[in-house]
Design a protein around this ligand. Structure first.
Ligand code: AHR
Length: 558
């Protein structure tokens, strides 16, 4: 279908309402001009969308752990076992599936032994982000956080400054069955007799950068070294043991900086084929300013910068596609999946909550649009992306929450995570979106890859005028749609091929301006509202997607 197609269809409703058009009615009533179309094919299901693509990440960085997550049991701030209650509630509200910790770059200088034992006796250390760390939040506090939220832990292990022995002993400390060995007993003495059963283990973090500035060959050698042997409590559990409590771990190897496929190729070539990891970690940030990483303002930006950021953010599609192709060469059966365990828009200083909240930034409707575009990309590639972790959940780069002492707010990004919940565990559908593309007047080319800092992108000279994804669970079809245009509402014809719509309901997130954001004083400035939809019949609908909006429509099929 032509991307600029404009159709004349029959409607009996005003522009912003949605009306079903059955075939029998299509020659009656007045003509409506449409700007775009979305074709959905409910009979063409693809893979299941892993709930883990809506996962999270917290690091000892600025105000993420201390203040954001951990306030301490004696705090006046409402908490459960020292964990901020508002954080727990918000993470439950988005049904956080997995939480990654302790970094990030912090992980590569972190000694897990510093963070166990009675809190008052733990050593204070100068940590990666030039911050004194009390170690009050350690492994047991992290596991309690995951338990309270109801999510799985994902540990990033230190490869740069701890030996391989620590890698497998940390696994032993976390996963050895109760009472079976010295580390299981130490864990029990520290308050947790039962194993944590940590399934996801990152083998280093950004080894091409803060994880040691390694070459891919050097990292490959380290990966082999650290993973040749580690305890497998699942597969090697003795007969008669409670097998359900023992799970084999899933290793995640350090993948590229942005779209650096050369890194991936060399690393994959150096890994012994019988020791392939479960996943390859991919980090792709979208800098607020294309020319200088981590620049640009979170709130103040002009229209051209808005489109440029979203166009570069959409490059996630290429990062996934390019890496999948590269993995194809070494792992044609695609045993190894992509784990995009850091993503988001990264701006320069100016909107941080306070001086000690390093890398904290505000989050506007523009970030909600990027969130929608990114989650839709993961959903369209549900066969390739096994997990993704937004960086980071609270008080950081692309956060769902902001907190300072007793003040707390969710961001527009939080609302997108919540609106997209119906997609998780559903099956991706083939869709065709057709709308006039938006030119990116600031498009620049930054070389991809190398050991340059993250955020590298390729040439992105236009932004999709309308994008999204659809999924199906039983008779429930969910469609998410992003209209990134700042001024154009898009009246769109939606066609559900070979299906009949029984009912439809929807939610939209849209501000009065794309700069809108929530603050401690106005925590509800941006919030989702229901879309009013007439009960449809047939397989066609007309809907107008407002400018700078994210819409989720839920259809019940007949
Ligand atoms: O998320 C902030 C930092 O970005 C992480 O510590 C690091 O992995 C990446 O460079």
């Amino acid at each position: 279908m032509s991307p600029t197609r404009r159709r004349f269809l029959t409607t009996a409703s005003s522009a912003l309402s949605l009306l079903a058009l059955s075939r029998s009615r299509s020659l009656s009533q007045t003509a409506t001009q449409t700007d775009a179309s979305i074709d959905i094919f409910p009979t063409e299901t693809k893979s299941t969308i892993a709930p883990e693509i809506y996962s999270h990440f917290i690091e000892h960085l600025g105000g993420v752990i201390y203040d954001g997550v951990w306030v301490g049991e004696k705090s006046k701030i409402p908490n459960e076992h020292g964990i901020r209650k508002a954080f727990i509630d918000a993470m439950r509200a988005v049904q956080a599936p997995v939480l990654r910790w302790p970094g990030g770059c912090f992980a590569e200088s972190y000694d897990w032994r510093d963070g166990i034992g009675p809190i008052p006796t733990r050593p204070q250390r100068t940590a990666f982000w030039e911050q004194e760390d009390t170690n009050h939040f350690g492994t047991h506090e992290f596991m309690a956080t995951c338990r309270t939220i109801g999510c799985k832990p994902y540990l990033a292990a230190n490869l740069r400054s701890l030996p391989a022995r620590d890698f497998y002993q940390y696994m032993e400390y976390c996963n050895a069955p109760a009472g079976t060995n010295a580390l299981a007993k130490l864990r029990a003495a520290n308050g947790d007799a039962e194993p944590f059963n940590v399934e996801f283990w990152g083998v280093g973090n950004e080894s091409w950068g803060c994880g040691g500035n390694l070459t891919p060959e050097e990292y490959g050698a380290k990966y082999r070294d650290y993973t040749t042997w580690y305890p497998r409590y699942g597969s090697e559990a003795p007969a008669g043991a409670d097998q359900s409590r023992r799970k084999d771990v899933k290793l995640i190897a350090c993948g590229p900086n942005g779209d650096d496929t050369r890194w991936t190729q060399e690393v994959m070539r150096s890994i012994t084929p019988s020791h392939l990891p479960f996943g390859l970690s991919v980090h792709y940030y979208t800098s607020g300013d294309a020319k200088q990483f981590a620049k640009g303002d979170a709130i103040q930006f002009d229209d051209a910068t808005h489109y440029d950021l979203l166009a570069r953010g959409s490059y996630m599609e290429n990062v996934i596609g390019d890496h999948w192709k590269m993995l194809d060469e070494i792992d044609p059966n695609h045993k190894v999946k992509l784990v995009v365990d850091e993503w988001g828009a990264w701006y320069g200083k100016s909107t941080e909550i306070g001086p000690q909240y390093n890398l904290s930034q505000q989050s506007t409707m523009r970030d909600a649009l990027l969130t929608g575009i990114t989650l839709d990309t993961f959903q369209r590639h549900s066969d390739k992306v096994a997990m993704a972790n937004v960086a980071q959940s609270i008080n950081c780069i692309h956060s769902l929450m902001l907190a300072s002492e007793d003040k707390f707010t969710v961001t527009p990004t939080f609302h997108i995570f919540q609106m997209y919940l119906p997609h998780r565990g559903a099956r991706t559908l083939r869709t065709e979106f057709s709308a006039p593309a938006i030119p990116n007047t600031l498009a620049t080319f930054s070389p991809v890859g190398g050991n340059s800092y993250i955020g590298s992108t390729g040439p992105i000279d236009k932004l999709a005028g309308l994008s999204g994804s659809a999924s199906l669970r039983g008779k429930e079809l969910t469609l998410s749609v992003v209209n990134p245009h700042l001024t154009h509402p898009l009246t769109t014809e939606l066609v559900l091929h070979e299906s009949t719509i029984a009912s439809v309901r929807g939610t939209v997130l849209v501000g009065s301006s794309v700069h809108d954001h929530n603050t401690f004083e106005q925590p509800n400035a941006v919030h989702p509202t229901p879309v009013q939809i007439a009960t449809p019949s047939g397989r066609r609908l007309i809907h107008t997607f407002p400018p700078a909006s994210v819409t989720v429509l839920q259809f019940q099929l007949a």
